[in-house]
Design a protein around this ligand. Structure first.
Ligand code: GDP
Ligand code: GDP
Length: 455
C-alpha cells in the first residue's frame, strides 16, 4: 500500500521515529580522571570535544543524545569538573548530586586500576540515598589481565561491576545493554508520576540575574527567612508554590539557593545545575537581566532550553532600574540576540518591587498550552494544502518540490513530519514553521519539523 508514492510502512516508521516522547536521562558520575568523559564520548559515538577542552576550561554543554540498540536517551556528562574550587570530596559530591537528581539511571565509573577510594564510597552513599538504578562501570580494564581488578569492586555493594575500557571500547556494549535495562522507556520524574500533578517549572538564568530573588518573592517573605536560617541543612529540592490560585512545582530550587557557596568561579556547576533543572521541568522560565546587555551566556541558556524541547517564558528582570535609553537598546538586542525564541511569551518584571509578578502565570500557561497543542491531521493537511497552493516552493533544476501531506507525530513539544516530493530548502522550511506558528498558536514552544522525501 502507498500514499502519494510513499510506502505506508515508511510513513508509519517516520511518524513513530519523530513521535518519540521526552527521552530518559542517564548520568555518568565518578571521581576526576576515572574516564567519565572518555566513556561519554564512547556512548554518544561521536568525537565531540568532551575530553580535549580540559582542564579548567568552562564547558557549557553537558547533555548529549545517544542511541543504543535502537533506543534513544540523553547522557549527562559530569566530567567538566574543576579541581581547585571545593576540594575533591565536595566537588565530586556536588556534581554527582546534581546529575543524579536529574537522572533516571546512573553509570558510576570507578578506575579499576586504582580500586575504590574514600571519594568513591562517598558517591556510593549518595547513590544509595537517591535510590536510582545504578550500573557500575569498572573502567580502564584494557585487557584480560584487568578483569580481576574489576571483580574487587563487588565490595562497593552496587552489584556486578562491568569491566570496560572507555578508551578502546572493550566491554562497553555489554555495559550499555545493562544501561538499557536500568533506564525506563520514558523519563519517570518529569512525565511519568507527574501526570495530573502540579506543573513543573525551572527557574533558570545566568548568575545574578535574580533567580533566588524571584523565587523568594513568589514563595513569600516568611519562607525566605526560614531558608536562610536553615543554612547548611539541605533544602527540599523541589518547592510547591501557589501562584495565581494554582499550585506549581518549582524544580531544583535547592540548586538556586545553594548557588552561593558553589558558584565561586565554578561556572561549570551553573551549567550542570541548569541542565538538571531543565531536564526535570516542563516549562523553563528564563531570567534575563534587563539592565545589562544580553550576553552569550544568556543565549547558551536559551539554547539549552530550546534543545531540551521545553516550553519557554522569557522574564526580563530588574525592570525597576531601566531608563528610557536602556529600554530602547534592550528592544534592539532582543530582536537580534534572542531571535531564536521570538515566539516565547515575554514578561518584564522586577523581583525586587514585585512589578508584573501577576503576568508570570499567564505567560507560563500560554507556553504550556502551545507545548501540548495537537493539530488534528485533517486540519493540518487542509492548512498545508492551502499554503502550498498559495506559496509554492521555488522551482529547482526544472522541478518543483511539493509538500504532499503531513502529520503531527507528537507533543511536548509539538513534532511534525512532512512528506515531500523533493528536497525542501531551509528557507521554505522556516516559512512553513512560521506559518504553522501563526495558524496554530505555538507560542512559547519549540517545534520540530522533519521532512521525508519520496524516493
Ligand atoms: P574524567 O575526568 O573522569 O572525565 O576522565 P577522562 O575521560 O578525562 O579520562 C582521564 C584519563 O584517563 C585520560 O587520560 C584518558 O585517556 C584516560 N582513560 C580514560 N579511559 C581509559 C581506559 O579505558 N583505559 C585507559 N588506559 N585510560 C583511560
Ligand atoms: P541569582 O544569582 O540569579 O539567584 O540572583 P540574585 O537573586 O541573587 O540577585 C542578584 C542581585 O540582583 C542581588 O543583589 C539582588 O538584590 C539583585 N536583584 C534581583 N532582582 C532584582 C530586581 O528586580 N531589581 C533590582 N534592582 N535588583 C535585583
Amino acid at each position: 500500500a502507498a500514499v502519494e508514492g510513499f510506502d505506508i510502512e515508511d510513513v508509519e516508521g517516520a511518524i513513530e521515529e519523530a513521535g518519540h516522547g521526552p527521552l530518559p536521562v542517564l548520568a555518568v558520575v565518578g571521581r576526576p580522571n576515572v574516564g567519565k568523559s572518555t566513556l561519554v564520548n564512547r556512548i554518544i559515538g561521536r568525537r565531540e570535544a568532551v575530553v580535549e577542552d580540559k582542564p579548567g576550561v568552562t564547558r557549557d554543554r553537558v547533555t548529549y543524545e545517544a542511541e543504543w540498540a535502537g533506543r534513544r536517551f540523553k547522557v549527562v556528562d559530569t566530567g567538566g569538573w574543576e579541581q581547585d574550587v571545593l576540594g575533591i570530596d565536595a566537588s565530586v559530591a556536588a556534581q554527582a548530586e546534581y546529575a543524579i537528581e536529574a537522572a533516571d539511571a546512573v553509570v558510576f565509573v570507578v578506575d579499576a586500576k586504582v580500586g575504590a577510594t574514600d571519594t568513591d564510597e562517598a558517591v556510593v552513599r549518595l547513590l544509595r540515598k537517591a535510590g536510582k538504578p545504578v550500573v557500575l562501570a569498572a573502567n580502564k580494564v584494557d585487557g584480560l589481565s584487568g578483569e580481576s581488578d574489576a571483580a574487587y569492586l563487588w565490595s562497593l555493594g552496587l552489584g556486578e561491576p562491568h569491566p570496560v575500557s572507555a578508551l578502546h571500547g572493550r566491554g562497553t556494549g555489554d555495559m550499555l545493554d545493562a544501561v538499557l535495562e536500568a533506564l525506563p522507556e520514558a523519563p519517570e520524574q518529569t512525565f511519568g508520576t507527574a501526570v495530573g500533578g502540579p506543573r513543573r517549572i525551572a527557574l533558570i538564568g545566568r548568575p545574578n540575574v535574580g533567580k533566588s530573588s524571584l523565587l523568594n518573592k513568589v514563595a513569600g517573605e516568611e519562607r525566605v527567612v526560614v531558608n536562610e536560617i536553615a543554612g547548611t541543612t539541605r533544602d527540599p529540592v523541589d518547592e510547591l508554590i501557589e501562584l495565581g490560585g494554582v499550585t506549581w512545582k518549582f524544580v531544583d530550587t535547592a540548586g538556586i539557593r545553594k548557588r552561593v557557596h558553589l558558584q565561586q568561579g565554578a561556572d561549570y556547576y551553573a551549567s550542570l545545575r541548569t541542565a538538571a533543572a531543565v531536564e526535570k521541568a516542563e516549562v523553563a522560565v528564563i531570567l534575563i537581566d534587563a539592565s545589562e546587555s544580553i550576553s552569550v551566556q544568556d543565549q547558551r541558556i536559551v539554547t539549552m532550553a530550546v534543545e531540551a524541547g521545553r516550553a519557554i517564558v522569557l522574564a526580563f528582570n530588574k525592570w525597576d532600574t531601566l531608563d528610557e535609553e536602556r529600554r530602547y537598546y534592550l528592544e534592539r538586542e532582543i530582536e537580534t540576540e534572542l531571535a531564536q525564541v521570538a515566539w516565547a511569551p515575554r514578561v518584564n518584571i522586577s523581583a525586587r518591587t514585585g512589578r508584573h509578578m501577576e503576568k508570570l502565570v499567564p505567560g507560563i500557561e500560554t507556553a504550556l498550552a502551545g507545548w501540548e497543542t495537537r493539530v488534528p491531521t485533517g486540519r493540518l493537511n487542509a492548512f498545508l494544502g492551502e499554503l502550498v497552493a498559495a506559496h509554492p516552493h521555488p522551482v529547482r533544476g526544472g522541478k518543483q518540490p511539493r509538500i504532499l501531506f503531513g502529520t503531527q507525530a507528537g507533543t511536548k513539544p509539538p513534532r511534525f513530519v512532512l512528506f515531500a516530493s523533493g528536497f525542501i530548502e531551509a528557507g521554505y522550511r522556516r516559512f512553513i514553521e512560521r506559518r504553522l506558528r501563526e495558524e496554530f498558536s505555538f507560542d512559547g514552544t519549540p517545534i520540530h519539523i522533519s521532512v521525508r522525501v519520496r524516493e
